[in-house]
Design a protein around this ligand. Sequence first.
Ligand code: GDP
Ligand code: IMO
Ligand code: MG
Length: 429
Amino acid sequence: MKIDVLLGLQWGDEGKGKIVDVLTPQYDIIARFQGGPNAGHTLQIDGDKHVLHTIPSGIFHPEKINIIGNGVIADPYILSQELAKLVAKGVNPLVNLRISKRAHLILPTHRMLDAAYEQALGAGKIGSTLKGIGPCYTDKTARYGLRFGDILASDFTEKYNSLKNRHLNILKSYNFDHNIQLIDKIPFDEYEKKWFEAVSELRAFPLIDSELYINKALAEGKTILAEGAQGSLLDVDFGSYPFVTSSNTIAAGVCSGLGVPPSAIGKVFGVFKAYCTRVGSGPFPTELADATGELLRDNGKEFGSTTGRPRRCGWLDLPALRYAIMLNGVTDLVMMKSDVMNDFDTINICTGYEVNGQITQDLTYETLSNPVMPIYESLPGWKKSLSGISDYNLVPENLKLYTDFIEKDAGLPIKILSVGPGREETILK
Ligand code: GDP
Ligand code: IMO
Ligand code: MG
């Protein structure tokens, strides 16, 4: 069997979590392949909202195995909190969650370093989620990192102290006193204690060689969905660098993040919002710093699932979407949140940009490093509620005009249309 992939085509928060949950019945295994607790994937099941950060979004289906892959980095404390919240809702993750021994650990000092680096950048800060993502992936590539497999070793505390001391020396050079700074409003020593308690708890979990598990499952004909975090425009290679995350968020990340060959990739579901959002700093060509932007934020409840920060909002950007489709080899488009624009008279779509007096239809290095003027096409709004629609034939004509316009430009069909946060508010085309 092939492994299907689901990932974000914009700057994250496209609604990946909801669609993974909706598609999970079609798969045996759901596996996260990159990122860490910078992610916030929201599921709304029977009106109950649940946000996942490290755990795959198939976890509410007890008969489906959920894997935290080797490409993921996890903070044991945040993970243990996530587990506790699931247990409180009657889910027993011990039954269907597996963690790769090769997944790296986010230490409390990684979070301190993240804060110190952001503070030093001042106005030029990345707008990191302050979960320690950049520093942890840095240690991974610098070959200092600690992995889940290490928590089983008798010298784990020594290894931890050695890495911690390395971090404390760096923090000193930034004049960053870890004894004064808080993590999630908790003093360092207390957080570190909770972190070690969480590590002890996780020793009881099935820690596996996930690459062996996944390849064996594929050979046995099992179906697997790889769940992405963040979005293609936050990819460390192709995103709006340096305002990106520290992992490969694109489909290529599935191969290194789960240990599967490129030939094993099947469908690629590319999830995008009917407009655009971004949280944190960095270029955003179609951003609306006006009343329309505020309306998108209010209607779409565009506040970060992980940090609560207001998300920046703007019109759909087709050159950026085409770029993401190209990078990922998307086969199936999934459009989210068109319901947010139900009341709009007119909807703009960006079809190109003017950069340094030149017109381009491509998202190039220059378009992400210079001020750009988006070029818009205007379409009429549908001015109707989408509530209760489950058949694409019953969708308002002007929404069909909108989806047709996007499909023609993208050269791909929109296979799923999401018209509300709930599982059931999903139209399969
Ligand atoms: P993810 O990180 O890609 O999983 O997305 P987030 O969970 O961070 O953000 C998506 C937000 O939109 C969540 O609050 C979802 O509950 C919500 N949502 C998902 N699909 C829809 C939709 O079709 N319409 C509306 N109005 N909200 C949606
Ligand atoms: P999900 O999976 C939206 C953004 C941060 C910041 C930049 C770097 O929920 O879509 P980091 O903490 O990774 O060093 O931050 O990336 N960012 C996200 N934005 N959704 C996410 O995840 C994000 N994860 C990171 O806001 O701009
Ligand atoms: Mg999110």
